[in-house]
Design a protein. Sequence first.
Lengths: 261, 270
Amino acid sequence: MSRGNGLRSLGTGGRPALLVTLALGVLWEVWARGRSASTILFPPPSVIGATLAKQAVSGELLRTVAATLRRLAFGFVLGGIPALLLGLVMGFSAKVRAAVDPVVAAAHAIPKIAVLPILMILLGIGEAPKIVVVAAAAFFPLLINTMAGVRQISPIHFEVAHSYGASALRVFWRVLLPGSLPQILSGARLALNGGLLITIALEIVAARTGLGAAIWLAWQTLRVEELFAALVVASLLGVGFNATLIRLEKRIVPWHSTPEI
Amino acid sequence: MSFRCEHLSKSFALRDGFVQAIDDITFSVRDGEFVSIVGPSGCGKTTLLKLITGLLQPSAGTVVLDTVGENGRPASALVFQEHGLFPWMTVLENVAFGLETRGVARTERQERAMAFIASVGLAPFADAFPHQLSVGMRQRVGIARAFVTDPRLLLMDEPLGSLDAQTRLLLQEELLRLWTRSRSSVVYVTHDIEEAVLLGDRVLVLTGRPGRIQGEITVPLGRPRRLEYATNPDVGAIKWQVWKMLEQDARRSLSMSSTEATSSEAPAAP
């Protein structure tokens, strides 16, 4: 299994992170094969790896991941675009912020998965209600970060733009957007990771495809190694998202460096 | 260009009332003149510059400019303190910004900006971002950005503040050189008395809050100015004169800020 190489390219911690991960894997392997643990409840990494390999060959792995990523992608776009637009407006206008903030705070506190039943009544039992739930989960971190991103732009930058006679449109493209971009990207990172959690959670409750469904099926049939395999895939997806966004961030906001963890 | 301020006043609303930033300021600047303004901290110097450029509207009084911008040449440009650069733009983009807003075509504005970047010695850093530069370099970028638009009036808000003494001297020379070439009028705000005297044709001394004009001193030094003038006995005498005007206010604001500090700390004490 090419886990070492994968982590080296995906992870951001370099060699020490790789060593820690490998050491934990070895510990787990030794412990799981020892007499104190049950291999049925805690399959060793080698068994999980073999399960993953089998699923990869049969195409099941790809189908499962694709189903999850599809829901996540649609939800992310559906929730992300309004979050971005509203976040920019709320960051810029104190009046809009004061008017909308209480509603946002209240809606943010609702566990998104809890609205799934209501959405299923409204939208049926297909993909639509699931995507809306993912969208709601992606919406809030992006909204809040975008708003904070706009608000932390120093007023002096707007003054400079005005003093050089910049039009409103130019202020938007040259000050407002780039000024808040680093925070927007952190928001996108949170939205993507939060969205993945919610996608898997709702697949456990209400889907027949995807990682969550695979986890639930594995549990019901007590194939624990498949359950762990799904967890490994989920965590690798998370690592992949992070690494990709950090790389993206370095490219599109080169003036800003985020601590990489 | 020449302009004048007539009975300018500005007050800001606070939660509990108003604070008067500047009060009844009247002065004029002739075409091509370099006027320094010194005053104790918090005397509304920055407010005054913002009123002149129109970033702020006066509570009372007027600013009369003898012309408006023409032929792509702006009436005025403001050099901000070091934080004024856009962190997300390269040095080149920052300097070209004033041209960009005036609709100058890309190649032309890059050419013109590069010329000024080179003249402040930053050509190798044209593609660097502000955070990669030292404070002194950033202030040179800020100065280049204002000069490149060729404004008829330059307003500078402590453009060399927060610099070490050596860098400051070098940049004063650079600034004088650029200004000599441009022949624009300058209003130069500083808290450094020597700088005010060495650079200015006239020094306006402001009082502490609210800022009022306390006095005006004409500096009898020729042009072009040289930094050796610092050793000129006249300069010493003028500095002393300016200091005598400022002294009382400076002492008062020092004691005020120390009582403010203790009173604001008091409620936090257990």
